[in-house]
Design a protein around this ligand. Sequence first.
Ligand SMILES: [Zn+2]
Length: 264
Amino acid sequence: MNIFALAVIAVKCMCGFKIKRLGDPYFIHYLYRCEPNAKLMEILSIGNSVLNLFFPRRCLNCDSVISSDNPLCVSCAAELPYTHWNADKKNQAYRKLKPLCTVSFAHSLLFFKHDNVTQKLLHFLKYHGHLSIGRLLADKTSETVNLSNFDGIIPVPVHPKKLKKRGYNQVIPYAETLAKNAGIPLINDFLIRVENNPSQVHKNREKRLNSIKNAFGLKHEKLKGNFILVDDVLTSGATLSTCANLIVSSTDSKIAVMTIACTV
Ligand SMILES: [Zn+2]
């Protein structure tokens, strides 16, 4: 990539996206499907430092001014509602999924409740391009859960139309960092979304299962091994169980599930 292309991308970013998104130079990596470039990172970091003078970085939960690169201030970070499920194999995530599909293991890092700090973080990750949140929470997950024995990580995909509109799949930063920390591949081109279903937020589990049962497809059926299916939030389990059932029934594979958060 030459310096002209870098400048064009930087100008497009400045013009097309909210200032807050520039707080995460890696946003460009997901937006333009290109590897982070050292020169570009340097340009964006300098731009970001200047912007910080006029728009100080703030805690995403309590809005207090902060100086670190973390999305939360020290006191809000200390209040993150960790599940500590790494030592509990029959945890709530596993019990939610067990009636719906066969999973070897399930884990969520945080509890998700209406208006809690987890909900705010995932909202900024999903809708405002704060992709560093995904990477940070993957690092937290990797501190207590060893994934190195798995054969790869499969992120739950979003439909191409949604991908085009949002610019990125919010699950990728988390899944990619988990894979990197464990030294296993990210398998991002295997599970595909073939139906663009409307939001499932206000549906019960039965309606969610019905509306999503044909929403996913596989690129091929040659996958073999133990894989981790990754999503941002485990709610009813409809999405994750649909994906797990499709993979297990079509390939010679076992599936474990990992999510950033789980509703309580
Ligand atoms: Zn705070």
